[in-house]
Design a protein around this ligand. Sequence first.
Ligand SMILES: [Zn+2]
Length: 553
Amino acid sequence: MEKQSFSSKLIEAFKQEKFLLFCLAYMLLPVPLLTPLAKNIGLDDCLWSVFFSTLLLLTIFVTMQFFAIKTVKACCSVLLIFTLVPSAIFLAYLLFAQAFLLSDSITSIFETNPEESKEFIAYYMNPFITAGIVAYASIPVFMIFKMRGNGVFSICRHKVPFSICITMLLLFVIFRPAAHSVYFINFYKTYIQYKKRHYEEKKEIANRLKQPFAVSKLQPDTLGQTLVVIIGESLTRHHMSLYGYGRKTNVLLNRKDSSLVVYDDVVSPQVHTIPVIRKVMTFLERNHADYFSKRPSLFELFNRAGYETYFISNQPYGGRYETSYDLLLTQAKHQHNPSLQKKPDGVVFPYLQEALGDKKKNKLIVIHLMGNHMAYIFRYPKEYDVFHNDSDDFIRSNAKYMTPEAVKTIDRYDNSVRYNDFVISNIIQFVKKSNNSSAVVYFSDHGEEVYDLRDFAGHAYEKVSSYMCEIPFLVWRSPSFGNYRTDLAFDTKRPFSTADFLYSITDLAGLRYENFDATRSLFNQAFKPRERYVGEYTYQEVKDMTKDLEHSK
Ligand SMILES: [Zn+2]
């Protein structure tokens, strides 16, 4: 009798409390229902997502029947606060990029610095989008306001169903497949895991730095050398005339210059800055996440070898911009942060000149550029506004997505590539003038797709393509560099991933240490090509997916 009255009361509640039901549905269901739009996840994942989200909705609805309307409204308001931002981000990804946001990209969102977000929002916001966001957020507020009804069930009289509801709610957080399938729980769990990992890595690296670690040098200390590593941003080699692009985006860097080595087959290990930098500066491997903190990183190795180390960044870092690779950057003995001036990359020149002027014997200078990051128009000074499709008629695609706005975006990206050409050549010129035994290595963290394949500009692992991982990799050497290292090889055809950059740069400097692996150094005679991965895909898989997209263009 008791049971029957419980279920009939529940059915009645479903009929009566429409605002509660719609409000929960509004917050929980649009994302899972739209997941079939995503091209990067399978149908089974979509179905699980719908199943668990609906189950969560029903569980919350039944649980709410045990509480008074005030508590129900308060719970719904809390749920709204927690779901609003993740749902807006997931929906924007689904609707505009036909992609479902994966963990690495969620982490990237947490690490995107406020300045970059402001710049992005200021550039893309328009009154329609603002009105859409306001309307999207107001609807559930209205529904919460309109909610009526009071606790249908008493907790004391229905202890068992109440306990089942609470247990189920807890399971949604603890039980991995459920937590993973409900978008906003997954979002916050990723955040907590990321914070936890960051804390543990920080602690472990600090402890390890206190332990001895021997780094020896192949050449005598009397031979002072300067190594400059330039890490670019979002530059695909497909928009560089140095690699065959039709527009003259490289007028200063030149293949005919015998001191410049242009590598033709280099890919990045991911297509987002954070996972790439975490791999490039450490020995972190796909199957050995622990090597990030268990083994030494770039600055640490050079510090231990007695180098003066410098870090000059036009990308914000440190303080309130802290990222999960800051603990690698801040190991440089000298640090400069011209990013605070918010200017194009030429802002790094005076800091580089100052570092070069310092006549210490061995130096490692790492420069992190803003490069070719969105929004492209902010990446170059006015005088580099040189490419206009109106005048050169370069973009001749008939594709539907090639709107005047898309064409303008390509023009701007190409302008930023041309400016990057100036920045890199100038850095090389400064190093050349410093008259030391020196080498400059430039590569971009990852590439960029700029309406090359489809209606999309940017880089996102969910839409990974060759354009996003095929990067430029250049090495410039002074005539005296490497006189003692005639064993090094500079073969531009070697298939390489910057995942093995640390082996290569330490080899170029002639450093030796425990676990050094010559077969992974791009510059070593013993180099052996390895399977290259872009995130969890093999590079070949990425190429195949890109080919499929090209055919369906
Ligand atoms: Zn990047």
